[in-house]
Design a protein around this ligand. Structure first.
Ligand SMILES: Nc1ncnc2c1ncn2[C@@H]1O[C@H](COP(=O)(O)OP(=O)(O)OP(=O)(O)O)[C@@H](O)[C@H]1O
Length: 728
């Protein structure tokens, strides 16, 4: 039982010494992140474990091991406390659950006394007493049914509420300041080779990097198991504690020798279980990771089904999924072996508990020292105390899974905290609500790597745009002394770039493939910040980015047309995060159908609605796989019409269109009246990245990127295909 153990042996058991256990060929993820050198790299633990540095090498493993349990408890506390601090419902349900558990325990103790009377009445053939006890049993049964039902109900209700809160909070943190993008950028390019993947995940587990794998699994599965396990352990621990105290008093008073034997027996069993089963924690940690990797490989196939089918790449995919499956199976076999070793012990231990109390009590009964009823009562008390003291033995497998889950979830939430430049670090702010809609334009995605080449990051600032009546064409984009490097800081893509773009003038960015054109757009969007310099551009509400690969969110055709202004609150008002965008309600069916005509998709709605265009607007399809790439690109232009941004930034967003359609889309941009508040009466200003010479005709200024240098020039004659296109 947790309470009866000394901390050192318990933590050693729960977390194991992974490094000692590891076979020499496999690196084992160390759950503490400090096994290698005794230095904890997680800043949130530094002050707590600062004593480690002053310890002698002999004590280091002990201390390191001790910090593992502390780390686990610390992670548990920082993840669980915010909910109960913030939520009134959580506090009430928790209090109610606690009271119900106490009532339930009191009932059990009371009934154990009745068991004593019951058996004594049987042995004495005391009919009156027998029926008296039976009546008490009947009343108790009626009274305890609602208590037991309420127990289960409140526990599940609290679990649902807590899971909802924690998942929503994790999602908020995940989406705030584009943490989802930053986390993904820190992940390796998939698919990895088996060895690379092991190295990568070990690095993540050791916190040498801030990489976290499979955030989807952590949000969907790990949060759920964290709340479920936490509550069930809370119930079990409170129950066991009350049980232990009351039955210890009972057994100690009626049979002290049995009580002492029991304590020794349970302590011995717990320590041995921990020693035998400690490997299970590490194996369970890996199990979660490998299962998620396996699932991810299948999701990837589903998402890229057409490309794989064209390549006939089934064998490659099958081999890769097989390899990932094998990793799951290998680990499952190891878990099975470890479980078998544990079972050998626990099953023998449990069998022994059948005869042990009888062996101790029988001599006293035969000697006539105690009555039969007392023997029974002692047995009941023995069973209870043994169950309480053997909690670690009986629950070891699930404790191991719980520990692995805590570690995974904590490292995920911690990575999001670290990545988000807006968030202050510390226990009190760990799961703090980041608020909504006020993301920093500057995403600190890559700050940790900057120091190698740059002492500062690129600064992105919002420009205040003049109102529509303004005759002066103010600058809509200003780039000053920009140095841009790749996030890994290995390559400088742009040096000393200066550029001003007045509103109403359109910019074309050209250069060979890999020159850094898309990267410049990423810097303007605030996604990449490795480098130096200043970028001033309008607030993101006034910008629309059309990425190289069109994106179709899940939803109706209407949602595709309005994205990203599709969010409405429950009362029908626009979401506060997108308030400056047009209200989706302003776009009725007829207006949306006319937008489809504008972007050359006149029959899309009726096609999608089996002849009924209104039905088509509300139909939900897998748009990415239903529409051709060119259709998806035209749909992206439709979003510009509905969202009316002041600045449109396009990354090869007409690459799949024929020249005529391309011309039509650009003409649309030039003529598009801007209705958004404060907009000018000229069309949208746009910036394009592209390789086609035909694009020259739609732009006024050209930025040619070559060997890290950007040259800005006016486009004089769009009919001359200049050398930037021919030579790159
Ligand atoms: N996450 C990343 N980490 C490191 N390097 C990257 C990353 N993403 C892109 N790069 C590299 O940065 C360079 C510039 O990429 P970018 O996408 O800007 O090229 P581009 O000029 O838009 O090319 P294309 O015309 O082919 O789209 C490329 O060499 C690319 O390999």
């Amino acid at each position: 039982m947790l309470l009866a153990m000394d901390e050192e042996s318990l933590q050693a058991a729960l977390l194991g010494d992974a490094a000692a256990e590891a076979p020499s060929t496999t690196k084992v993820p160390d759950l503490s992140g400090n096994a290698d050198n005794g230095t904890d790299t997680d800043p949130s633990f530094v002050t707590k474990n600062s004593s480690i540095s002053s310890t002698t090498p002999m004590n280091r493993s002990q201390l390191s091991s001790q910090s593992k349990l502390r780390r686990l408890l610390y992670a548990f506390r920082t993840m669980s406390a915010p909910y109960f601090r913030e939520s009134r419902e959580g506090k009430c349900l928790f209090g109610l659950l606690f009271v119900i558990i106490l009532v339930s325990c009191a009932g059990k103790v009371y009934l154990s006394y009745q068991v004593n009377y019951f058996y004594s009445a049987l042995v004495d053939k005391d009919i009156e007493k027998f029926w008296e006890v039976m009546l008490v049993f009947a009343i108790a049964m009626v009274c305890f049914v609602p208590v037991d039902v309420a127990y289960a109900f409140v526990q599940i209700r609290l679990n649902i509420a807590w899971r909802k809160w924690l998942t929503k909070r994790a999602l908020k943190l995940y989406f705030h300041n584009k943490a989802y993008y930053s986390l993904e950028r820190k992940s390796p390019t998939r698919p990895m080779t088996l060895d690379e993947s092991i190295d990568y995940y070990d690095a993540a587990a050791n916190k040498k990097t801030k990489q976290v794998d499979n955030p989807d699994q952590r949000i969907q599965e790990d949060v759920n198991s964290f709340t479920t396990y936490s509550l069930s352990y809370f119930s079990v621990i409170v129950e066991s504690f009350v049980d232990l105290i009351s039955f210890s008093i009972l057994l100690g008073s009626i049979m002290p020798e049995l009580f002492i034997g029991l304590i020794l027996f349970a302590s011995f069993g717990t320590i041995l279980t921990i020693i035998i089963g400690k490997q299970l924690v590490r194996l369970n940690f890996e199990n979660l990771q490998r299962e998620a990797d396996f699932r991810f490989s299948l999701v990837r196939v589903r998402e890229n089904a057409e490309s794989i089918a064209f390549y006939s790449g089934e064998r490659v995919e099958e081999k890769e999924t097989d390899r990932r499956l094998l990793r799951v199976i290998d680990n499952s076999s190891l878990i099975n072996m470890a479980q078998m070793r544990l079972n050998f012990f626990t099953i023998s231990y449990n069998r022994l508990t059948w005869i042990l109390p009888l062996m101790i009590v029988a001599p006293e009964y035969f000697a006539g020292i105690v009555e039969f009823g007392v023997v029974q009562q002692a047995r009941v008390a023995f069973d209870h105390i043994l169950g309480d003291l053997s909690l670690v033995i009986s629950e070891f497998t699930s404790i191991a899974q719980f520990s692995a889950g805590i570690e995974r979830l904590y490292s995920f939430l911690n990575a999001m905290q670290e990545i988000d430049g807006d968030r202050t670090k510390g226990d009190d702010t760990f799961l703090q609500d980041p608020g909504c809609g006020d993301d920093n334009t500057h995403v600190e995605t890559d700050t940790p790597t900057i120091s190698e080449s740059f002492s500062t990051a690129i600064t992105v600032k919002d420009i205040e745009l003049p109102a529509s009546s303004s005759l002066v064409h103010a600058d809509i984009l200003v780039i000053s002394n920009l140095q841009l490097a790749t996030p890994d800081n290995k390559r400088v893509l742009l040096q000393n770039l200066n550029l001003s773009l007045p509103e109403g003038k359109n910019l074309l960015i050209v250069g060979v493939s890999g020159a850094g054109k898309s990267s410049l757009l990423r810097a303007v969007a605030g996604l990449w910040s490795t480098g130096d310099g200043l970028i001033s551009r309008p607030n993101k509400e006034h910008i629309c980015f059309l990425p190289q690969r069109p994106y179709c969110p899940p939803g109706t055709l209407r949602d595709q047309l309005l994205y990203p202004s599709t969010i409405l609150n429950d009362d029908g008002s626009p979401d506060s995060a997108t308030q400056s965008r047009p209200n989706p309600r302003d776009w009725d069916d007829a207006a949306l159908l006319s937008v489809l005509v504008l972007v050359d998709l006149p029959d899309l709605a009726s096609r999608s609605g089996d002849g009924d265009p209104i039905r088509g607007l509300n139909s939900i399809l897998d748009w990415s796989n239903t529409l051709s790439l060119g259709e998806q690109q035209r749909l992206a232009f439709a979003r510009i019409v509905t969202n009316r941004p002041r600045l449109v930034i396009m990354d090869e967003s007409t690459s799949a269109l024929d020249v005529k359609s391309e011309n039509k889309m650009y003409a649309l941009l030039k003529e598009l009246p801007l209705e958004a508040e404060g907009a000018s009466n000229m069309g949208s200003t746009y910036i394009s990245v592209g390789h086609r010479p035909t694009l020259l005709a739609y732009h006024d200024i050209k930025l040619a990127i070559k060997d890290g240098v950007g040259v800005v020039s006016e486009i004089q004659n769009s009919f001359v295909v200049d050398e930037d296109f021919l030579l790159g």
